[in-house]
Design a protein around this ligand. Structure first.
Ligand code: CAA
Length: 383
């Protein structure tokens, strides 16, 4: 291998992209506007991903999964987000929900839950945030109290992606209130557990096809073997999870931005004003060039972060946060500029760029706001 091969995707990764792109063009893109309009979970898109085995590609083969590496997972999410950001949350949140199991759970817990996600029978969400514990996640109040061979959960989680659709949830709860971040533990909660209920779906600016709801625990009693890792290790598992999955949000941002750039480029080549296509005006060319440069920089940083996630490099915390912040800021700028390129047509639903601009916004907020990403990056830099 020459040094330059390091900067080229493998033919398997290129082929995977082509396969995902074909499924997206055929079955997911045609539904994207309707999914946004109706605000309903895109079951048909899920079925299409499941049929092609792209719904949870990261699950290792030993649990019945496709065993895709972190870069392959990023490519799947990027390609789905290019046409429908809501649908891209299916592979992304399946990874987010199950990553705590892959990082810290016992073999029994993994064997019990991962095969159903791999086959597509069940989805898996991640419940960290609370109404008063967003950026300051360790300030959570949901309690889990040991009682014999069970734990009893009480409290509420907020902003839970794919809640209600998911069968399983990684839930973070305080087991030792005096131990701060080291008094938090992680558990698997099942949708059918008694004492577990859901709030109404949030009415959102974007990603409308991905339900976001609250979770309520009212004396929700679960078997003690649903603990993920050791008691008190939950917060670290939660942050280690985010180190890996912030890369998938970067991928989502790259995908959304790619979709918007393509629409803007095609429009600029076709739209005539002052007797010629607007793409011939230098003002427009500079805008498109800036969009393409930012996008490519975001993509390269995201892929580098994915490689670090796959290898488990020690600087993943830096790279995961940097890729997420950089790519989501880029996506917000690129989608906003795409709307500008289309002018009035960009501002209405005749074209998908207004949806892409609304969808891009969440990538600057979830899995830690971009202010928190900068805090994480700075801590890594200065430590
Ligand atoms: N990996 C492992 N351990 C880590 C870690 C990491 N990346 N970062 C910190 N830790 C450890 C620390 O070493 C420390 O352990 P010790 O006490 O043993 O030394 C412990 O965890 C606590 O760390 P901090 O003191 O740094 O914790 P903090 O309270 O200052 O918070 C934070 C750190 C970075 C601000 C963190 O709270 C954070 O990331 N906040 C953002 C929350 C977030 O990202 N939420 C996303 C919700 S999920 C979502 O959005 C999903 C969706 O919808 C799709």
């Amino acid at each position: 291998m020459s040094d330059f091969d390091l900067y080229k995707l493998s033919s398997e990764h290129d082929m995977l992209r082509e396969s995902v792109r074909a499924v997206c063009a055929d079955k997911i893109a045609p539904l994207a506007a309707e999914v946004d309009e109706n605000g309903e979970f895109p079951q048909a898109s899920y079925d299409a991903l499941r049929q092609a085995d792209f719904h949870a590609v990261h699950i290792p083969e030993e649990y019945g999964g496709a065993g895709a590496d972190a870069l392959a997972t990023v490519i799947v999410i990027e390609e789905v987000a290019r046409v429908c950001a809501s649908t891209s949350l299916i592979p992304a949140v399946n990874k987010l929900g199950t990553m705590p199991l892959l990082l810290s759970a016992s073999e029994d817990v993994r064997k019990r839950y991962l095969p159903a996600v791999a086959s597509g029978e069940a989805m898996f969400s991640y419940a960290l945030s609370e109404a008063e514990a967003g950026s300051d996640a360790a300030a959570m109040r949901t309690r889990a109290v040991r009682d014999g061979d069970t734990y009893v959960l009480n409290g509420a989680k907020r902003w839970i992606t794919n809640a209600g659709i998911s069968e399983y949830y990684t839930v973070l709860a305080v087991t030792d209130p005096d131990a701060g971040a080291n008094g938090i533990s992680a558990f698997v909660v099942e949708k059918s557990d008694e004492g577990f209920t859901l709030g109404a779906p949030e009415k959102k600016l974007g990603i409308k096809g991905s339900p976001t709801r609250e979770l309520y625990f009212d004396n929700c009693r679960i078997p003690a073997e649903r603990l993920i890792g050791a008691e008190g290790s939950g917060f670290k598992t939660a942050l280690r999870t985010l180190d890996h999955t912030r890369v998938t949000i970067a991928a989502q941002a790259v995908g959304i931005a790619q979709g918007a750039l393509e629409v803007a480029k095609d429009y600029a080549k076709g739209r005539k004003q002052f007797g010629r296509p607007i793409a011939e005006f230098q003002g427009m060319q500079f805008m498109l060039a800036d969009m393409a440069m930012k996008l490519e920089a975001a993509r390269q940083l995201t892929y580098a972060a994915a490689a670090k996630s796959e290898r488990g490099d020690t600087d993943l915390t830096f790279f995961g946060a940097a890729a997420k912040a950089f790519a989501s800021d880029a996506a917000m700028e690129i989608t906003t500029d795409a709307v500008q390129v289309l002018g009035g047509y960009g501002y209405v639903k005749d074209y998908p760029v207004e949806r892409m601009m609304r969808d891009a916004k969440i990538t600057q907020i979830y899995e830690g706001t971009n202010q928190i990403q900068r805090l994480v990056v700075a801590r890594q830099l200065l430590q």
